[in-house]
Design a protein around this ligand. Structure first.
Ligand code: DLL
Length: 438
């Protein structure tokens, strides 16, 4: 029988009990970190906070923040809080900017992390009769390992495909009857496209659900993937520093992701002042892991912009929900003084019937920012525009919609089908050439 929750007693725990549990774990964890981690002890000493000062959940605000810079400074062992012989695993961020961040896990850390992923799979309708195709990258990236472990815990038949080799993914999907797909949303969109290209329809495969995350994606993208693969698409969020995928996950309501609050305390802060903001306000997401052993970060600033809500959820889970993150504050591009998020561009494109294959190119020429968007046309659109000579009119229409959404005017280029490289992992949406000149 299909289970509704992986750990019902925790996932539906009354809120007061949950907050009490967090408080108890927090008080213990602060002492543990202070006693076992020189780096964080120093930050606490500098701020004049002692473990005894943390007596309740609200006292969390007294603790110092940790930032990505701290993690780089402490690389590789500075934030490790267990002897290496008690650690069993390492994962790492992709390190596109600066030094990689390395995170360590004890066996207990791995078990709790995999349970979080198992909760996400069950929330997406997964059970021991499912075939779970894990098409996130395996390796240092946490996506493959996390969902793989979660799939085992649920008892699914696990297909450790990793990403790439797209035709083979579809072949296996057909031959082995995969029912759940785990991948980045951009790769799922590519798989949907490939399915059609191979002359197949969603009726030729057995997929029913997808668990997609690791990068920002819009509601329009969700509908696009759901249609092309014939599934229900669920969001999953996480970051290497805090464990990996499964820090939060979507339930059947598809209105935000439940944060696994028995392991992580989430706060929203004003990114400028560091002040804690009330529920419902948008700001930077900050996490404290309250029961991790090897790499227990307290008040880690994610740079993800987000809103938290504790509204009652029809699924029965009591854990607080976070909205789809708008992107990291560092995904935001400032063009001629205006803040632009790739997700805004994705929304306009998909609403107007374009493909989710686009690239933003920003440069600075003669001291002025240039802003170009390459938009790939579908075969159908391409044919239509060329048969009717409608390219200029289509561009004008798209430009007006972009101007309304962004407040500034990009230069649009409508490209032939298949001219933008597909992503098998996290999509690279922005090429900011200004950084190359700095
Ligand atoms: O991306 C972990 C992960 C793997 C999550 C698989 C979900 C599925 P990192 O490589 O450390 O870890 O990147 C973490 O990716 O701070 C967000 O900016 C972004 N991110 C992750 N999930 C989502 C999501 C993994 N669902 C960074 N929506 C995070 C938007 C996401 N952004």
């Amino acid at each position: 029988m299909e289970k509704k929750y992986f750990q019902p007693e925790i996932e539906t725990m009354p809120v007061e009990e949950l907050l009490k549990l967090q408080e108890e774990k927090l008080i213990k964890q602060v002492k543990y970190v202070y006693d076992n981690n020189q780096y964080y002890k120093k930050l606490m000493d500098e701020k004049g906070v002692k473990p005894e000062d943390i007596k309740c959940r609200a006292d969390l605000a007294k603790l110092p923040f940790l930032t990505k810079n701290d993690l780089r400074e402490a690389y590789p062992y500075g934030l490790l809080s267990k002897p290496l012989n008690e650690c069993v695993r390492i994962h790492s961020t992709s390190g596109t900017t600066g030094k990689r961040v390395v995170a360590f896990y004890t066996q207990n850390d791995v078990d709790l992390w995999e349970e979080c992923c198992a909760r996400a799979i069950v929330a997406a309708g997964g059970g021991d009769e499912d075939v779970c195709q894990v098409a996130y990258g395996y390796g240092l990236f946490t996506g493959g390992a996390g969902l793989h472990g979660g799939s085992h815990k649920v008892g699914c038949l696990t297909l450790p495909m990793s990403s790439g080799n797209t035709e083979r993914q579809i072949q296996f999907m057909q031959d082995l009857g995969s029912t759940i797909l785990c991948s980045t949303p951009s790769y799922a969109a590519y798989l949907g496209e490939k399915l059609a290209e191979m002359g197949l329809t969603p009726d030729d495969i057995k997929l029913k659900a997808g668990i997609f995350g690791a990068e920002p994606w819009t509601e329009e993208m969700r509908r696009n993937i759901e249609k092309s693969l014939g599934i229900k698409a669920y969001d999953i969020y996480g970051l290497t520093e805090i464990s990996g995928p499964g820090v939060s996950f979507e339930c059947e309501a598809q209105t935000g992701m439940h944060i696994n609050e028995d392991h992580f305390i989430a706060e929203i802060i004003d990114p400028e002042t560091g002040e804690v903001l009330p529920e419902g306000e948008e700001g930077e997401l900050v996490f404290s892991s309250i029961d991790k052993e090897a790499f227990p970060l307290l008040r880690y600033r994610t740079r993800d912009l987000c809103v938290l809500t504790r509204e009652k959820c029809p699924c029965g889970r009591t854990h607080i929900k976070m909205c789809k993150p708008k992107g990291r504050s560092d995904d935001m591009i400032i063009i001629r003084g205006v803040n632009v998020f790739p997700s805004q561009i994705e929304t306009v494109l998909l609403k107007k019937g374009y493909t989710p294959n686009y690239q933003i190119i920003v440069d600075r020429i003669n001291n002025e920012d240039t802003f170009d968007i390459n938009v790939e046309l579908s075969e159908e659109n391409y044919r239509k525009l060329h048969e009717t000579d409608g390219e200029e009119a289509a561009k004008r229409d798209l430009l007006a919609a972009m101007k309304t959404m962004l407040g500034i005017r990009p230069k649009l280029h409508l490209l032939a089908p298949k001219s933008i490289e597909r992503s098998e992992g996290k999509a690279v949406r922005t090429i900011d050439k200004r950084k190359l000149h700095d």
